[in-house]
Design a binder for this molecule. Structure first.
Ligand code: SF4
Length: 403
């Protein structure tokens, strides 16, 4: 039995301290499988978004007083759909209210068709130092089915242009296992992705979402998921190809060159503090989860009325332990007890200690020097192990945690 992997590395762990996420909810088209919060792009909508974002920044800034963010992530939607003027206004508001640590990782999600030299200059000048490209596939017929606007050449051109503008930390997002996806096409996509020599690749298994055209077609029986064993073989092929190219698996769906792990996402997976702004954004800050209103109009309307657009939920010993297990066991290095404060470690062992022992006995978990991890051959079906553990979790008696 092999361990899932050794990553993330110690430097990435140290640098993933506290994160700031900004959701940019604009897309030129709506991809038929996508359930993210997004709307069409217009000057009026962007102006309303920026005004509301400035209000939310003012509302949240006191929470982060005295704290320096080790990463900022502009996600979407399509952050690269914003013009330079809009990006500069948004970045100015963030920098004026929050402290960004020197050397912070600043990532922006890019759709290949919406990126050009002017935007690259704007981002580089602002300090953006990592770009994450939403590519999904390099096969023309699949890109058409997925509703993507770029063709297979545009993704490579955008990548080369970013390199020419000095960007050194580039990531590709790929997707596999959607209706009609074939092994031949997946191999072709992997070949093309690796030819670009990215520092980081995310490859996600397709998840049908109710309320999207693709998800609804699957529910009606008009489109069909690929069989689970085929989807697992896609993940295995990606893992073998990426590993051979020096990209190590450090989370179930993420591979990187040494030291190129996403600090921002690592902050989530290590369950460290993250503040989230924009419609649908979810954050965890000092033990409080905030979930923003989903749609732009609802989120902006609350802020325009002087109301908080978020619902709040304070964590509990049980929810802390559950989230820690769910997130950390997806990492290559697994759950490392030393990552947790002593009190949280105690809670986790009270709730999951017996379940971990039983999982070890069944080969579902492997004991590591610092905790537990899911064996590599089960990595793609990590969710099965997590569900197996969840039904064996024990209630937490505060007396036991204090012991
Ligand atoms: S570009 Fe991205 S966020 Fe926008 S609709 Fe497509 S998948 Fe969703």
């Amino acid at each position: 039995m092999t361990l899932a992997g050794s990553g993330p590395g110690p430097r990435a762990r140290d640098e993933a301290r506290c994160a700031l996420y900004v959701h940019v909810p604009f897309c030129a088209v709506s991809c038929p499988y996508c359930h993210f919060s997004k709307t069409g792009l217009s000057r009026v909508a962007v102006e309303r978004y920026l005004g509301a974002l400035e209000r939310e920044i003012a509302l949240r800034a006191p929470l982060a007083s005295g704290q320096a963010f080790s990463s900022v992530f502009f996600g979407g939607g399509t952050p690269s759909a914003l013009g330079s003027w809009a990006f500069d206004r948004m970045w100015g508001a963030l920098k004026g209210a929050f402290t960004i640590a020197p050397g912070a990782e600043i990532t922006l999600e890019v759709n290949p068709e919406s990126m050009g030299p002017r935007l690259l200059d704007t981002w580089a000048k602002a300090g953006v130092n990592r770009l994450s490209f939403g590519v999904q596939s390099f096969v023309p017929s699949e890109l058409a089915t997925l509703g993507r606007m770029h063709d297979e050449h545009r993704a490579a051109e955008a990548f080369a242009l970013a390199r020419a503008h000095g960007f050194r930390r580039l990531s590709l997002d790929l997707m596999f296992g959607y209706p009609g996806h074939t092994a031949v096409h997946w191999t072709r996509t992997l070949d093309a992705a690796l030819a670009l020599a990215p520092e980081h690749i995310s490859a996600y298994g397709f998840i049908p979402e109710t309320g999207t055209p693709t998800g609804d077609a699957i529910e009606r029986g008009e489109a069909h998921m690929v069989p689970p064993e085929v989807e697992a073989s896609f993940h295995a092929e990606a893992d073998a190809r990426f590993t051979a190219a020096g990209l190590a698996l450090y989370e179930t769906s993420n591979w990187s060159l040494p030291d190129a792990e996403s600090r921002h996402n690592l902050t989530y997976w290590l369950r460290r503090d993250h503040l989230a702004l924009g419609p649908s954004a979810h954050g965890l800050w000092k033990g409080v989860r905030r979930a923003n209103a989903y749609a732009l109009g609802e989120w902006a309307g609350s802020l325009e009325r002087g109301e908080d657009p978020a619902t709040l939920e304070r964590d509990t010993p049980a929810s802390r332990a559950d989230e820690t297990v769910m997130l950390a066991l997806r990492l290559g290095s697994g759950l490392v007890l030393a990552d947790l404060p002593q009190a949280h470690r105690n809670e986790l062992l009270v709730r999951y200690g017996a379940a971990f022992e039983a999982a070890e006995a069944q080969g579902r978990l492997v004991r590591t020097s610092g905790g537990w991890c899911i064996p590599r051959e089960h990595c793609f079906v990590a969710d099965d192990t997590l569900a197996w553990l969840a039904i064996r979790a024990r209630p937490i008696d505060p007396q036991e945690c204090a012991a």
